[in-house]
Each structure stands twice: as structure tokens, then as C-alpha cells.
Design a binder for this molecule. Structure first.
Ligand code: ADP
Ligand code: MG
Length: 220
């Protein structure tokens, strides 16, 4: 599903930062993979390059057999919105929208008329059928993150990327989120790449990729 070769990312600046020094990895369709490593090791940078939120300095990224770095800016943006899902540490929900509106909003760009129905189904899937018409401020952090996960799935993404989705959550809510990833992986065959710095989370995933100083250190 994802094939990365020799990925290099340098952030320009007075003193340029070499954040990725040549990372190669493969993720198969249907895998649930964790990305781990110390703070500053390049986890978010790698996720941004794979998720097409940023462009690498060199290297290649193939997603679903498509060389995504050869696309024009407009094509790449469309591919990202249509085929990739994201979950961030701080949920990033729209405060003025209900849970239901937050979930179907990303499908509206594609004139998708069944999005509202699917959004309701997704909120059911993440266990929030009772919270559909609540606003983010009326929900706990764990509930907001589950809304964000439902939102990330609205366009049936090829890959779901999550960057430290449980960093702001208590132990119980974190477990709910990781168990939800397991369920999405098993029931929907959803390919998921999740960044975490909690070694305990290893038990939820098929494989762990460790980064160290911008390089792949090991896999387990
Ligand atoms: P992690 O997510 O593992 O904590 P990051 O990918 O955020 O690591 O950061 C990797 C390195 O790149 C760090 O040295 C960080 O300071 C640097 N870095 C990250 N983002 C930027 C940026 N936008 N501009 C300059 N340097 C950055
Ligand atoms: Mg990070």
C-alpha cells in the first residue's frame, strides 16, 4: 500500500535541519503499524511526507501504486483529500459544528449526497450514536478524538495516519482509541499508521517501526 524509498527531508533555515536522512519502508494493505521513537526523531516529519501534507527534499513515495510525488500540486491535494485520512493530537474539530456536521464536512467537497448517512453510521461505529448533535465543547477529550477518527474515515481512505492521537488522553480513553483502531483494522481492513511514544501501545499493533535521529532504527 505504501512504498517509501530513501526519503530525505531538510527544513531550510539559517541552520538547516536534516529531519529525515534516508528512510525506506513498506506498509502492506490492511496492516496496523506503530511509528515510535524519541521526541525529535522525525516521526511527525515522516507522517507529513507520507500523508502529503509536505514535500520531501528527495526520495520516492508510492501509495496504492501511484508515485504521488510526480503529481501536480492540485492533483496531489485532491488525492490527499480523497484517499488519505488524518487524526491529530489535538482533534482539530470545528467548534461551531455538531459531531455529525464535523464528520460529513470533508465529503461535501466531492458533492457526496450520501455523506450525512455515512457520517451517522461512522459515529455509531465509534460508539457515539448518542452524541451526534453535541458540539465539541460538550464532549470529553476521548469523545472528541473518536469524532475526529469518524471524520477521518468519511471518504473511505486508503490509509489512516494518526500523529500521537492519545497524547492528550487519560489511560482509559487511550485504550478506547487504540481498541477502536484495532476494530477498524479488523472489520474494515483499514490500513493504519499511528505515531505513539507510549511503549505500552505496542500490544495493539501488528508491527512497530522505530525511528532514531531521522533514520529507521529497527522494526519489531
Ligand atoms: P517527532 O515528531 O519525532 O518529535 P519531528 O518530525 O517533529 O519529530 O522533528 C524532527 C526534527 O525536525 C526536529 O529536530 C525538529 O526540531 C525539526 N523540525 C520539525 N518541524 C520543523 C519545521 N517546520 N521547521 C524546522 N525544523 C523542524
Ligand atoms: Mg511529533
Amino acid at each position: 500500500m505504501i512504498n517509501v524509498e530513501n526519503l530525505v527531508k531538510t527544513y531550510p533555515g539559517k541552520v538547516p535541519t536534516l529531519a529525515l536522512k534516508g528512510v525506506s519502508l513498506k506498509i502492506a494493505e490492511g496492516e496496523l503499524v506503530a511509528l515510535m521513537g524519541r521526541s525529535g526523531s522525525g516521526k511527525s516529519t515522516l507522517l507529513h511526507q507520507l500523508g502529503l501534507l509536505d514535500l520531501p527534499t528527495s526520495g520516492s513515495v508510492v501509495i496504492n501504486k501511484l508515485n504521488v510525488l510526480s503529481l501536480s500540486d492540485a492533483e496531489r491535494t485532491r488525492f490527499r483529500l480523497q484517499h488519505l485520512g488524518y487524526v491529530f493530537q489535538e482533534y482539530a474539530l470545528i467548534a461551531e459544528f455538531t459531531a455529525l456536521e464535523n464528520v460529513y464536512f470533508p465529503a461535501m467537497a466531492f458533492g457526496d449526497t450520501s455523506a450525512k448517512e455515512r457520517a451517522a453510521h461512522l459515529l455509531d461505529l465509534v460508539g457515539l450514536q448518542e452524541r451526534m448533535n453535541h458540539y465539541p465543547s460538550e464532549m470529553s477529550g476521548g469523545e472528541q478524538q473518536r469524532v475526529a477518527i469518524a471524520r477521518s474515515l468519511i471518504n473511505n481512505p486508503k490509509v489512516l495516519f494518526a500523529d500521537e492521537p492519545t497524547a492528550n488522553l487519560d489511560t482509559v480513553s487511550s485504550e478506547v482509541v487504540f481498541k477502536l483502531f484495532q476494530k477498524l483494522n479488523k472489520e474494515l481492513k483499514q490500513t493504519i499508521l499511528v505515531v505513539t511514544h507510549e511503549p505500552e501501545d505496542k500490544k495493539y499493533v501488528d508491527r512497530v517501526i522505530w525511528l532514531k535521529d531521522g533514520l529507521m532504527e529497527k522494526e519489531e
